[in-house]
Write a protein that binds this ligand. Structure first.
Ligand code: DHK
Length: 149
């Protein structure tokens, strides 16, 4: 059975590519999903790439991942800076967790400089846009390989 990875995206990520300032690059969410599916396929893992604007839905998916996924990637978007429920759910997940952001959050407004999610993250990738999303998949696969070996 192939390994499964959950890649969860928070509020407004569905609008990537439409931001007039280009903060999140030019890839639409659909094309981001497609790129990530291709990357996962190249590693022979099953990717569940999802987005919700709702904190509780993200918590439900993280809890679901405890049953089905070996690794988890999350861009909690605007919930990154406030969500204790997302942090608590992630702390209950046993596999590697990669926190991702399309933008370099430390180059932006001060309120984006402190992530609640980071306390539960194995590693963080930020500022590399869609490439960072692909690298997050590479990282989880590599960490899972290291655990298996
Ligand atoms: C995405 C968002 O929607 C923002 O709220 C975060 C993050 C940054 C990103 O860079 O992917 O502050």
């Amino acid at each position: 059975m192939s390994q499964q990875i959950y890649f969860l995206n928070g509020p407004n990520a569905n609008l990537y590519g439409l931001d007039k300032h280009g903060t999140y690059g030019s890839d639409s969410f659909a094309s981001l999903s497609e790129r990530c599916q291709q990357r996962a396929e190249s590693h022979g893992v099953i990717l569940h790439f999802r987005q919700s604007n709702h904190e509780g839905v993200l918590v439900d998916w993280i809890q679901e991942a405890r049953q089905y996924a070996e690794g988890l990637i999350i861009n909690a978007a605007g919930l990154t800076y406030s969500s204790v429920p997302i942090l608590d759910a992630l702390l209950m997940f046993e596999g590697p967790v990669i926190e991702t952001h399309m933008s370099n959050i430390w180059k932006r407004e001060p309120f984006r400089h402190h992530s609640m999610v980071s306390k539960a993250a194995t590693g963080v990738i930020a500022g590399l846009g869609a490439t960072g999303y692909e690298l997050a998949i590479d990282a989880v696969v590599s960490l899972l390989g290291a655990r298996a070996g």
